[in-house]
Design a protein around this ligand. Structure first.
Ligand SMILES: [Zn+2]
Ligand SMILES: [Zn+2]
Length: 488
């Protein structure tokens, strides 16, 4: 890991604005921040903990709770998972034991298939999820709308909430589907709308009749065509930790059902049943499925699976390395291998299923796990597997670290540096607290303000801003190079 403590003392940076002139941008060595960094480095790797976050709370899920949730979600009727036959097909599908239900659930959610209600399984079962049931129809009996222009009505809004932003997000969600397929949506205020949208508690109404969420962790549910109604659990939205992006993600998902899509076991799909992944548009596999039902929107977005060339980008969002020494850049919905500047971007969701696009910052921790930050949440991956309990609130896991970071790195002690605007914060892993000196001016590290991305390796600290790259290097004596990376 980098020896920031040492080289921030002597960092020299070639300024973007003054071409070849070499300007000393580093602070004086007596700066409190620099001393703090040096001390942090000298205390070396002896106290490193492999989980820098505050402990994840395991939800209380009894076997009875699990059985209610799994049967409620229709796992009792499952005998195929997205076309894949379950190897241990049950002899009588109406009599599956809890162990069988858990095993199927674990398979669909990429968990170890033990059939045991372990902590990882509790985390997923106990997470807020969609309550739409698996439909028992066969492949030939596709449920879809027979018309292409659909109306929706917002029956009510969550109590005490202003309708404006909710109405806007719903319109946005419908429009995202409309962009990719031949369906048009119009909000109306008449009772004969095609799709009726409502907010309510565990017991609510569906066009005058009683309707219920199966359990208290149900975010929302929707009816397949040609009913199409959507009910959101008002306790989950527009309060506390749940952001507007969570609502948009859930609305996109429920509209997917309302148009005829079922759940997907892939975390790269908007139609995965558990908690919001922060998606803001249908993902490529969802686009393919909806286009199979209603066709490709003429002049609309095709199912793009590759992005522009790396060297044509004007900026990147985040940078991260892996155990094999590869460095990856993330930009929009795509990732790039840094060594292949002329290669096209590949979908982020193909490498890290469950990770949305437009990431703020990323780093690889000392134990090899990858952390990705966006807004007020972060996603933690072991290899290409999103770990149970994620995405998780930054505020709960890293108390004191800000949301919407520009860039992040980890030092040799496992302490985490978060950059935002003209400041940086240090999260000390040993105490699981923010350093008392945070936030400090980013200039103290000899780096420019408003970074796009940063990367730490054994011998360098790299920072990216626009098409410029700043690198502080240790090679006997210290020097800093500044080069243009994103050039074809
Ligand atoms: Zn669903
Ligand atoms: Zn309902």
């Amino acid at each position: 890991m980098s020896t920031y403590g040492i080289f921030v003392l002597v960092v020299l940076i070639t300024c973007e604005l003054c071409s070849n002139a070499v300007v000393r941008c580093a602070p004086s060595p007596t700066s409190a921040n620099v001393r703090s960094l040096a001390r942090s480095k000298s205390s070396a790797n002896n106290q490193t903990t492999l989980d820098p976050t505050e402990a994840l709370e395991i939800p209380q899920v009894s076997e009875l709770d699990a059985e209610i949730v799994l049967r409620g979600l229709g796992y009792n009727e499952v005998d195929e998972v997205d076309g894949l036959s379950i190897s241990q097909r049950m002899s009588d599908s109406s009599e599956k034991s809890l162990t069988d239900l858990i095993r199927i659930f674990q398979r669909e959610h990429g968990l170890d298939e033990s059939g045991v209600l372990d902590d990882d399984t509790k985390l997923v079962i106990g997470s807020p999820h969609c309550g739409s049931k698996r439909s028992s129809k066969t492949a030939n009996d596709v449920s879809k709308w027979t018309k292409k222009s659909l109306t929706y009505r917002i029956h009510n809004f969550p109590r005490g909430k202003s309708p404006g932003p909710i109405r806007k997000l719903l319109a946005q969600a419908f429009s995202e589907w409309s962009k990719v397929t031949n369906l048009d949506f119009q909000e109306v205020d008449t009772e004969d709308s095609d799709i009726e949208i409502g907010f309510g508690g565990q017991v609510h109404h569906q066009r005058g009749d009683k309707c219920m969420f199966d359990d208290s962790k149900t975010l929302a549910h929707a009816y397949y065509p040609e009913v199409g109604d959507i009910h959101f659990n008002s306790q989950y939205f527009f309060e506390g930790d749940t952001s507007l992006t969570d609502f948009l993600d859930t609305a996109l998902h429920e509209i997917g059902h309302s148009l005829g899509l079922e759940h997907s076991s892939s975390k790269a799909s908007l139609m995965h049943p558990t908690e919001s992944n922060g998606f803001t548009e249908p993902q490529p596999m969802d686009v393919q499925k909806i286009q199979a039902l209603y066709g490709v929107r003429r002049g609309g977005r095709a199912t793009e699976t590759s992005g522009p060339k790396l060297c044509t980008l004007s900026k990147i969002d985040a940078a991260i390395d892996d155990d094999n020494g590869n460095v990856y850049f993330l930009a929009g919905n795509y990732f790039y291998n840094a060594n292949k500047t002329r290669s096209k971007g590949e979908l982020i969701s193909s490498k890290w299923p469950g990770l949305p696009g437009n990431i703020d910052a990323a780093f690889r921790y000392l134990d090899g796990r990858s952390y990705f930050f966006k807004g007020d949440k972060y996603w933690r991956f072991k290899g290409s597997r999103l770990e149970p309990g994620h995405p998780r609130s930054i505020r709960k896991a890293f108390p004191g670290l800000p949301s919407n970071c520009d860039a992040m790195i980890v030092d040799g002690d496992g302490d985490i540096y978060a950059f935002r605007g003209n400041q940086y914060w240090v999260y000390e892993t040993k105490t699981k607290k923010i350093s008392s000196l945070s936030p400090s001016s980013i200039r103290l590290l000899g780096l420019p303000n408003n970074l796009d991305a940063a990367l730490d390796t054994e011998t360098t600290i790299g920072a990216f801003k626009g098409t410029s790259y700043y690198e502080a290097q240790v090679n006997g004596k210290f020097r800093t190079t500044h080069s243009s990376l994103l050039v074809c």
